[in-house]
Write a protein that binds this ligand. Structure first.
Ligand code: ADP
Length: 270
């Protein structure tokens, strides 16, 4: 399979296993959210797909390439096919929207061309296409530090698109945003998922956005995947199971705070 595949995978950092027994099959074009309490390993799972996390055991394949003992050149090739966006945007804030998006094309540019910010006509056309895809064509020359948080996150999405990826990993893309901006970012992720057929995998803190936008939800708790299915399958009991032991105040069907003791961030010894 040319997507993402994991069987009985143990993941973590240095000598610490964070996730035990991960089993996943993700096909091209899915729009998936990963939900669960803070510290439960959502980012770890997401970053594992990018080869940024240690694999202690099991089999993990991305684009049909095993991540176990992978060589640097093969890892670079995988990463070139994956765009990543972060909660903090990671933009060059003093540069324009256009130059930030062009930053996603660096791999396809001569270093000198990138240094003097000289783009060919076809590259300009591509940059403008991505700007339109994220609804920012009117802000091309605006410095990023003059934009709202939602606009900055949409620049980050366009920059990821400019990389011409097959998969977008979004690590808490809307956690710092107000509801209107968050909706704009989720609408944009949905649009690029549909328009470009990209696989989108997003860690979300907000259960209602996961339900509304995603075709599949992965719920995590206690270092494991405890739910993997459709948003429709997220009934009250399932949600309670995902957030069990969490202090996160998710809006659980009108309940402001999960009524459970705290036991988030379970970590197993390697
Ligand atoms: P979540 O995304 O669900 O909030 P994380 O994946 O960020 O959870 O973290 C899961 C666990 O891994 C936590 O105990 C966290 O402290 C630990 N962790 C995260 N990143 C690192 C790292 N770079 N090195 C060591 N431990 C880490």
């Amino acid at each position: 399979m040319d997507g993402i595949y994991a069987r009985n995978v143990k993941l973590g950092y240095a000598n610490k296993v964070v996730l035990a027994d991960v089993n996943l099959d993700i096909a091209k074009g899915e729009f998936i959210s990963i939900i669960g309490p803070s510290g439960v390993g959502k980012s770890t799972l997401l970053m594992a797909i990018n080869g940024n996390v240690k694999i202690f055991g099991g089999e993990m394949r991305v684009f049909n390439q095993s991540l176990h003992n992978i060589k640097n050149t093969a890892l670079k090739e995988i990463r070139s096919r994956i765009g990543v966006i972060f909660q903090g945007y990671n933009l060059v804030k003093r540069s324009s929207v256009l130059d930030n998006i062009a930053g996603g094309m660096l791999r396809k540019m001569h270093p000198l061309q990138a240094a003097v910010k000289y783009y060919r006509h076809d590259q300009y056309e591509q940059i403008y296409e991505y700007m339109r895809a994220v609804n920012l064509e009117d802000e091309a020359l605006q410095r990023c530090d003059r934009l709202s948080g939602g606009q900055m996150q949409r620049v980050a999405i366009a920059r990821a698109l400019a990389q011409d990826p097959e998969v977008i990993l979004a690590d808490e893309p809307i956690s710092s945003l107000d509801p209107v901006s968050a909706k704009g970012v989720m609408d944009t992720l949905q649009r690029i998922n549909r328009q470009y057929g990209l696989t989108v995998i997003a860690n979300l803190h907000q259960l209602d956005y996961a339900r509304r936008y995603c075709s599949r939800v992965i719920g995590m708790n206690g270092g494991r995947i405890v739910y993997d299915g459709s948003p429709e399958g997220l009934d009250q009991e399932t949600v309670a199971g995902i957030y069990h032991g969490s202090r996160d105040n998710e809006p659980l069907f009108g309940v402001d705070r999960a009524p459970f003791p705290v036991a988030a961030g379970v970590v197993y010894d390697a």
